[in-house]
Design a binder for this molecule. Sequence first.
Ligand code: AHR
Length: 503
Amino acid sequence: MTAAQLTIDPHFVTGRIQRRLFGGFVEHLGRHVYDGIYEPGHETADAEGFRQDVIDLVRELGVTTIRYPGGNFVSGFRWEDSVGPREQRPRRLDLAWHSTETNEVGLHEFSSWLDKVGSDLMLAVNLGTRGTLEALDLLEYANIPGGTALSEQRRANGKDEPFAIEMWCLGNEMDGPWQLGHRSADDYGKLASQTAKGMRQLDPDVKLVVCGSSAADMPTFGEWERVVLHHTYDDVDYISCHAYYEEKGGDIDSFLASAVDMDRFIDTVIATADHVGAVRHSSKKIDISFDEWNVWYIDRYHGVDKVQGIDNWPVAPRLLEDVYSVVDAVVFGNLMISLLKHADRVTSASLAQLVNVIAPIMTEPGGPAWRQTTFFPFSITSRLAQGESLELKLDSPTYQTARFGEVPLVDAVATHDAENGRSAVFLVNRSTTESITVTIDVAGLGDVSVLETHTLTDADVYAANTLENQERVTVTPNETVALADGTLTVTLPPVSWSALSLG
Ligand code: AHR
């Protein structure tokens, strides 16, 4: 049996955990909105056509701020299409996903759904095929109380009070050649700065996210951030990061170390942002909005689930319906550990996505809704990670990976909430063969006891929850946990994610 050591001390604070770290993302893509959250004919549908079984699962998941309506979708989106009387809303081609958008669900309906699931809205404006004026129009429609053309239009459309949306994304993945309206860092930086200045003139309280790189391996990565922030440093609050991971070519060892890559990605973007701040002699710090992250088998499905043909624009086709395994959930839980380890600068994040589309929640039309394996690390981390993220002293054996070099077998983060005295530790064992016993010095936490233990693992690391077998994989209590004289020990099975709560 291999061993690792960890020391938790509540004095060593990384940063306060913002609830926005547990955000989600709903894009008009595939069966996410239609036949996902919205299915008027479903037996659980409420008066507005939203599935109650999905609402219940989203609440259980514990997502905070939800980014909407895209994604690549937003770069071809005319927001005006999605408000006003439904029967007058146009059907439009969605070029990003080669689908038909009916606009049956728009800003008002989505906002009402958010009230039901208890989440806040983070709205993206289209800076791909549209510009500053349309962004300002949308902000006026959403946030001005009344007395102007667009705010009165909102009121006439049934929303008397403003939506009061605080978080706004200035476009989506503008560095990506696949993006409608993709442009250079220089061109985008100027447009984003102009749009941000106008938005702040209209509503000084908005928080603005400028597009960073859509992946750390983009050829423009690093330079993109530097140039974009050079233009927008004084105008925005966040720069975005996006990252998706998958097991490639059967290299499970590298896949299990994906969070190492996420750690490096975050550290590099922070360094770049701070460099721009230094050059500008600015005391302001730019935070990271990691507003797309997940496991996504882009390579496995590449070209297979793409819709094509000039006469083929389906409504809500099955797209990006990845089925997640145990190993996917372990990597996923580790990505959450990475976000928490950077809680001082990553103060907003969005799991991409929520229902049916690379999602922790799956549904069948006219059928059930169920939890994928990734549901568990998200719901448990969102619930237990409260207060402040702590810097850990972690001593772990290492292993060699083809993609990321020598990396620790164990990764972990701890949180502590001084208000209620509760702490939590989240751990992964990346070994595919060895159990690892971790000895944790918790003396600094005082006289605590173990409140909850959860471990996600399985003899078959590719086991998954499916329509036919919806509860094949779940979390179970970790019976190995022992606490005596300020020392906690836990054995982590191979390829496992665990959470322990103390209080
Ligand atoms: O989440 C799926 C897609 O991934 C989003 O639309 C896009 O922003 C990213 O490339």
